[in-house]
Design a protein around this ligand. Structure first.
Ligand SMILES: *[C@@H]1O[C@H](CO)[C@@H](O)[C@H](O)[C@H]1NC(C)=O
Ligand SMILES: *[C@@H]1O[C@H](CO)[C@@H](O)[C@H](O)[C@H]1NC(C)=O
Ligand SMILES: *[C@@H]1O[C@H](CO)[C@@H](O)[C@H](O)[C@H]1NC(C)=O
Length: 380
């Protein structure tokens, strides 16, 4: 595994800007140990994961209501974490809405989004969505009487010309990832193999047995489904990476695999319930059409015929929260967690619970108000 090398290309001033602001709450790590090691706590205890999908921090930051949304999203995450006390959290993309973020402020919002998890000492991993490095969208109002708001450059004396830090743009995937990884000991995110860039968040973590720390209970695969600075797609190169990686670490398909990315694949359209939600599908929201990836380039073909692949979890569609079977696999939506982004459906988070002996994967949705619904057994 060479996915987690050091990246020397990063010389931006962003680091200098944000470092003093968050040093008090995180530990800076110059390098991170190789490997992927999530271990359930007590012997035999289940391994519980909370999925935070579509938080959209930093949306409309120049309005009154934009920052209030983020306060609300923080409240949702805190409520879910306190009710469930999960072992792990997955940020399932659209952590921020880069389209509305002035200057290179994106990592500050990213940091706000991960702070409820970090504050509780819970480790996490993240994947990118289509809004995380989207281009800045100029608000039309800025071209009428009040004009374009004055830009306040964040640092008076930086080693940069100031030009880059004062431009209207978000922050690239690699920089967002670098800031998350290097400033957070609890982050298990990875850059992914260089050969797959511009798609960045491609990596695998293993949940280890608490009884035998050398044996894997499950592999968690994370893939970047694109969007923002490049097309919304999982490429054939990513599918090939998955194939080779699985062959390397799970050659006989004896260890179950669970897969996470942001934008639903086209197979979700095929299994989507038409009206309401009926068996075998399980869920509570079926309020819009699936908005799938632009093309299918081989990933689903690989997964659909793998006995060890149990379920895929995506976000992206805020008005959908169902799980439906597709061949040997379950296709699940998370639940819109953030007050940012479209839609006013009540917020919550999908929980995934892996039990070791006998192996099982269960899931349910925990709402902001503490209610639980849509429980489903996804494996065996
Ligand atoms: C924040 O949450 C409260 C309670 O759900 C809601 O009434 C309010 O509209 C929300 N505000 C924003 C800006 O999302
Ligand atoms: C950067 O983000 C902070 C919130 O973290 C906000 O208060 C500030 O206005 C933003 N700065 C710019 C120039 O957008
Ligand atoms: C900024 O840099 C100038 C020249 O390099 C120096 O004279 C000044 O004291 C610096 N200001 C701050 C706030 O560091």
């Amino acid at each position: 595994m060479t996915e987690t090398g050091q990246f020397l290309f990063f010389t931006s001033c962003l680091y200098i800007i944000i470092y003093p602001l968050i040093i008090s709450v995180v530990v800076a790590l110059p390098t991170k140990a190789e490997g992927y090691d999530l271990r359930p706590g007590a012997a035999g205890a289940p391994f519980k994961i909370a999925l935070f999908a579509d938080l959209h921090f930093g949306e409309a930051e120049s309005t009154d209501w934009g920052p209030l949304q983020d306060v609300n999203s923080t409240r949702v995450m805190s409520s879910v974490l306190d009710h469930e006390t999960p072992e792990f959290v997955i940020y399932l993309g659209d952590v921020i809405t880069a389209n509305n973020i002035l200057i290179r402020n994106a990592s500050l919002y990213w940091d706000q989004a991960i702070s409820p998890t970090r504050a509780r000492g819970i480790p996490w991993a993240s994947v990118f969505g289509n809004h995380d490095d989207a281009a800045f969208e100029w608000p039309i109002e800025w071209f009428s009487a009040p004009g374009i708001p004055k830009i306040h450059c964040p640092v008076a004396n930086s080693s940069c010309s100031g030009k880059e830090d004062c431009s209207f743009q978000g922050t690239q995937r690699l920089e967002l990832m670098k800031n998350e990884i290097e400033l957070n000991m609890l982050s298990h995110s990875r850059y992914g193999p260089k050969g797959l860039w511009p798609s960045v968040s491609n990596y695998v973590l293993q949940v280890l047995s608490s009884e035998d720390p050398k044996s894997a209970v499950a592999f968690l695969y994370f893939l970047d489904s694109g969007g923002g600075s490049y097309p919304e797609v999982i490429s054939s190169a990513q599918a090939e990476w998955f194939r080779l990686k699985a062959l390397e670490i799970n050659p006989d398909s004896s260890v179950p695999e669970i897969i996470f990315w942001h934008i639903p694949s086209r197979a979700y359209e095929k299994v989507a319930p038409k009206f309401g939600i009926h068996k075998p599908c399980v869920g509570s929201l079926n309020e819009e059409q699936v908005a799938p990836q632009e093309a299918e380039m081989g990933m689903m073909k690989l997964l659909a015929k793998r006995k060890s692949a149990k379920a895929i979890f995506v976000g992206h569609n805020h008005g959908l929260d169902w799980c439906c079977p597709h061949k040997e696999l379950w296709l699940c939506f998370a639940r819109h967690t953030g007050y940012g982004g479209y839609g006013n459906w009540d917020r919550g988070a999908r929980i995934v619970e892996i039990t070791q002996k006998p192996f099982s994967v269960k899931s349910w949705i925990r709402m902001e108000d503490g209610n639980v619904h849509s429980e489903v057994v996804l494996s065996p």
